[in-house]
Design a binder for this molecule. Structure first.
Ligand code: TUI
Length: 314
């Protein structure tokens, strides 16, 4: 058994979060992960209030365990979702792609546990002052919107910068990666890409197939020029975007290219025009399994790796 400050704080069995992946992490996936003993997280992404409310209701109908909602702060609906989580009595809120300071007072007043994704030490120090309960330190190995630093470099620095629990994310797909994160001082891990292969994850079958067939060098980062770097599979869309980005396309042309590309990957399985977000560890995701099998596999690997680490100590 592994009990950490984060399992105790939230009241979950295992220190495993499922990342709040836009368009992907719905009420069904989140409830499956929570029922398996981890923390399932519904992604608000760019979706409007009604969509997110329906997913929260769905999760409530499928589990009596804690689950979270991830608020993507660049969303035009972020203010609406910030209010919704209070009205719905959501237990845990994670945030990404920005600074959630302006919402902290309302969330803390409502008793919500607030766990922001931080991509720098400065952001962690600032958010500790305004009441964050823990942090997700997400390195650039992750899929989607990425920061500059790797997980290996970011996690120990966030651990040293604050006395709050740190959950490591980015580049973790099994017990070995989870154990490495624990040795860096993390007390929990978050995985996104590994959960793409979950039976309860309702992405288009072609998306799942692409993850299961991925190899080590299969992802790339685009979007740096507009200030929103995003890691995705190296597909025709990603290559075309890269060519446009470094071939003189205007900002407007780039914005237009990106619009709707996530939905085309997740819902339509559009191999040409879809943007298939994925972390660098996609090659380590080998089979479709239930969310419960994934959680239990990572937990048994974590215990085995942590015990095994002692063999070097004489
Ligand atoms: O947010 C993510 N991953 C995401 S969001 C997303 S939706 C999207 N779609 C199209 C274009 C862009 C995004 C897909 N994947 N991960 C958490 C994360 N947060 N990574 C990095 C950060 C971050 C970045 C800057 C957190 C705070 C921050 O602060 C900036 C500031 O205000 O100083």
């Amino acid at each position: 058994m592994i009990e950490t400050p984060i399992t105790k704080m939230i009241g979950i069995k295992y220190p495993i979060f499922q990342g709040g992946m836009a368009w992907i992490a719905d009420g069904v996936l989140a409830a499956s992960v929570s029922n398996a003993g981890g923390l399932g997280i519904i992604a608000a992404g760019n979706a409007p209030r009604d969509y997110v409310k329906a997913e929260i209701e769905k999760a409530k109908s499928l589990t009596d365990k804690p689950f979270g909602v991830n608020i993507m702060l660049m969303s035009p609906f972020a203010d609406d979702i910030a209010k919704l989580v209070v009205e719905e009595g959501v237990k845990v809120v994670t945030t990404g792609a920005g600074n959630p300071s302006k919402y902290m007072k309302d969330w803390k007043g409502a008793g919500i546990l607030v766990i922001p994704v931080v991509a720098s030490v400065a952001m962690a120090k600032l958010l500790k002052r305004v009441g964050a309960d823990a942090f997700i330190a997400e390195g650039g190995e992750s899929g989607g919107h990425v920061g500059e630093l790797t997980t290996m470099v970011l996690v120990p620095q966030i651990v040293d910068a604050t006395d709050l629990p740190v959950i490591a994310a980015g580049g973790i797909a099994d017990g070995r990666g989870a154990a490495a994160a624990f040795l860096l001082g993390a007390v929990g891990i978050q995985m996104g890409t590994r959960f793409l292969s979950a039976k309860e994850c309702s992405i288009h079958p072609l998306y799942k197939e692409k993850i299961l067939k991925a190899t080590d060098l299969c992802t790339m980062v685009t979007g740096k020029r507009l200030g929103h770097p995003v890691r995705s599979l190296r597909t025709p869309f990603a290559r075309a975007y890269w060519d446009a980005e470094y071939g003189g396309a205007s900002d407007e042309e780039l914005e237009k290219m990106g619009t709707g590309a996530l939905r085309k990957a997740v819902k339509d399985g559009d191999a040409e025009n879809g943007c298939f977000l994925s972390g660098q560890i996609a090659a380590m995701v080998k089979k479709e399994e239930s969310a419960e099998e994934i959680v239990l596999d990572v937990m048994s690997g974590l215990e085995e790796s942590l015990r095994g680490a002692m063999k070097w100590v004489k």
